[in-house]
Design a binder for this molecule. Sequence first.
Ligand code: NAP
Length: 177
Amino acid sequence: MTVKRGLIIGRMQPFHKGHGQVILKTLEEVDEIIIGVGSAQISHTLKDPFTAGERIMMIKRFLAEEDVDPLKYYIVPMEDIEINAIWVAHVKMMTPPFNTVYSGNSLVQRLFQEENYEVKSPLPYSRKLLSGREIRKRMIENKDWQSLVPHSTIEILKEIDGINRIQHLSQKEQNES
Ligand code: NAP
């Protein structure tokens, strides 16, 4: 393949500054990047509050704000399937061809290595500061989450009333427990 195309997959619930750093860094190594929005079928839960479409909006607006040429990226929703052994085939079916996979997730690494893909670990971001779990917790507790996400994610969350959604989901869970 003449074009060097890299694949990154993450749930990005929500898209935060760490995801942004990884994408921008990876774009320095490849000609084009495929951003797979993982667990695309899941939304409206405390672990996965935002839909795939909403996460795509966050990523697209971030890349526009960073002046990334739209010809250099693809954003593809990726639904989970039950059978790990054929997941790589499922991913391949949904994406343009790629040569390298960037993932720190050991299952993802193994599944792609077994299919003979080159697998690299992405630039690690600080888990102390940047973590989807921590950001979702802060959203529920009305603490500062804004400093951990790009401006674009704040804008999209306003548009979709995302903070009210996650607080409502948390309230519902408390009422039911
Ligand atoms: P992931 O992107 O590998 O992330 C796992 C954890 O590592 C998250 O807590 C994430 O943080 C953190 N992380 C990711 N990149 C990092 C980095 N560069 N530095 C520091 N920490 C990092 O896994 P994921 O978000 O769960 O995405 C993998 C997707 O693949 C999922 O949707 C999964 O369901 C899918 N998958 C599906 C199948 C199947 O359908 N059979 C099989 C394998 C995988 P944040 O929470 O802050 O992002």
